[in-house]
Design a binder for this molecule. Sequence first.
Ligand code: FUC
Length: 819
Amino acid sequence: MRYLPLILIVTLGGAPSLLAQNSSTIWYKQPARNWNEALPIGNGRLGAMIFGEPAEELIQLNEQTLWSGGPANLNPNPQSPQHLQPLRDALAKEDYELADQLSRKMQGLYTESYMPMGDLVIQQRLRGAMTSYRRSLDVSNAVALTEFSSGGVTYSREMFSSAADQVMAIRIRSSRNGAVNFKVTLKSILRFTNSVVAPNEMAMRGKAPSYAHPNYVRDKKDPVVYTDSLECRGARFETRIKVLTETGKVSSDTSGISVEGATEVVIILAAATSFNGFDVCPDKDGKDEHALVQQYMDAVMNKDYGSMKKDHIDDYQKLFNRMELDLKWTNYSSTPTDERLFKYARGLKDNQLEALYFQFGRYLLISSSRPGGLPANLQGIWNHHLRPPWSSNYTININTEMNYWPAEQCNLSELHQPLIDHIKRVASTGRETAKNFYGLDGWTAHHNTDVWATSNPVGDVGKGDPMWATWAMGGAWLSQHLWEHYNFTRDTAYLRSIYPILKEAAVFCNQWLVEDGRGRLVTSPSTSPENQFITATGFKGAVALASTMDIALVRELFGNTSAAARTLHIDHEFSKTLMSRRNNLPPFQVGSKGQLMEWSKDFVEVDPQHRHVSHLYALHPGNQISPGITPELADAARQTLTIRGDGGTGWSKAWKINFWARLLDSDHAYKLLRELLRVTGVEGTDYANGGGTYLNLLCAHPPFQIDGNFGGTAGIAEMLLQSHLGEVHLLAALPTQWSREGSVKGLVARGAFTVDINWVNGKIVECKITSGMGEELVLRTPNKVRIKELKTESVQDGQGWFLRVPTVAGKTYTIKARG
Ligand code: FUC
């Protein structure tokens, strides 16, 4: 990097300014006291958590491809298929205890874990008491800043992780010449060694463990294992820092790089791993991480900090600026975010905090999920644990899908790509799993997957609990994402490319169905993740026939696959078969309490307030239940939610926001949004209480789990615009708190429509809709409107105002209130 000291430095005297308090800034008056207060940055691949401590800055580092283990063993339990028929027989006889025992014999291995890469530590020599401290993250440009004064000198540390340049950059400056003195080093809780590359450059080289068992597995003496002889396990990594300054003296040894008497310093951080694909040995056949790091470093050596920052912001804003949300009314952006959260928990009305939370969700997706990379895992890309909660893997019985709910509707469609690519990988191991575990065709996945695209039922061959392990519907749910990307973009070339995967998921589910003896096709074995029921004999079981979620998933998958085949004019016979099999699936049932039944029998639940609400899949993210189309079932869904209550984990509350929005109960959805944003300090695992938000705005399961952030963002979008029923429904569930006035720009509806809305008193004032693909537009609005260009006015039906018009691709339509 060419080093150009900036002239701007002369203006930096005195106390750090509190000027830049715009509504997109998260900020604090003190350093982070723990990880849940540190601020996340990321470029999709390289992530960091910034603590902002003046004298000893801690920047915790991650690289998205650094996982324990190696390619999955695809046939770890060859005995599994022989248990399938006995298990089905047991279920037909309602012997749930035997079904439980047999399903345990059909398990494979646990997934591997996402690893922390290391820490960057900056020990800065400061004189005098600390004053005017401020640290911030501006989600509108993805730049973090720490500023403070000490001994009459003002210091700043600015940092970003650039997708444009694939490196991180930190600029450290002082207001007085020569006042920057520090030592910077790298360390890791993985195995590593440090070396000096040049006087201003050092490298940390290390390796991920061969195995890292899930944190909830307690029977292993050595849960984290390094086995040097196992060449096929454990990715290598290299983290490199280079210090650039024109104003001070730089020296280094293996303990770090020291800088004396500088005024402005830039640290460039590059990192890479040897991960070379889900089915390739990460060590023996791994990539040359050393060459990759060198390449990233070399590429920025002829750029100055200013142009790196500009390229970073341009790249980031190309995605971020596609949407704006203004919920008006309040503006507490000059109050530190932690104080704001505490006041909010005590009842403060802070619409702009809610809008910031929405944009923070988009920020996190842009920072953790970029095309060509891996999908965001349970913690996005931010993890500091050697044995992270639930392995920081991909949990696909809700969590990973929730991560991607905002992608399409919040105008970040291409960020869905990492998940879609991963689904292709899981389909490839899932083909083996279908064959090796069940003797069936097509592909299947269960509730967990990882970087190695593991698809088997986990449990270490017998030790997993069937309430989560026995669930062959992972392929069905993931396939919804394959379809939804098409549904939003209407890109038929894309649809053609993923059709084989969609079809094979349907092939598996088709073979998975069995006749129930009464003319219905049911799934067997089946669970409703992750709830349990009590049988007449008092046994607490999870494995049964035809859970409501299973049937909703299969119905949807068959419908989508058949629609895809029709769109592509292929597979006519297969599509007809699917539709006729679909007609023989059991209907939804309403139980004795008026609730939507969770299983095919009206069992007593072990935990009536269980955090999972799997049986409402058809309400959200599915579309088979809605107040307008199936009012009785919508009532039953409402009753289910009432019985379940508003408690639960962060992600559970986030899902409930979406459920209530789909029930068009805007104020209940809003109540849950407030609960999701309720500040919590709980760090340990809590399944029932404590779900909310940490001081850094990351979601508390607890512990930290990112799905709630994404689910919350999607829920806000769902309150403003819904399109799952073939209509573009504006302000579908606008809460009273936001109704007075507001605007949103850039929401996306199915059918490839981009929507801007201005509202006052809950009514559309003006709206602009751009038709991406020239599809017919069916518009539903809270008040009467007129489309200027088409001279068409909406008319009233039983559910409000609507109109139906043809559109032209690329054209923008102006919609105004009428009458
Ligand atoms: C499922 C949930 C837990 C947690 C974990 C990652 O097992 O039931 O609450 O979110 O996934």
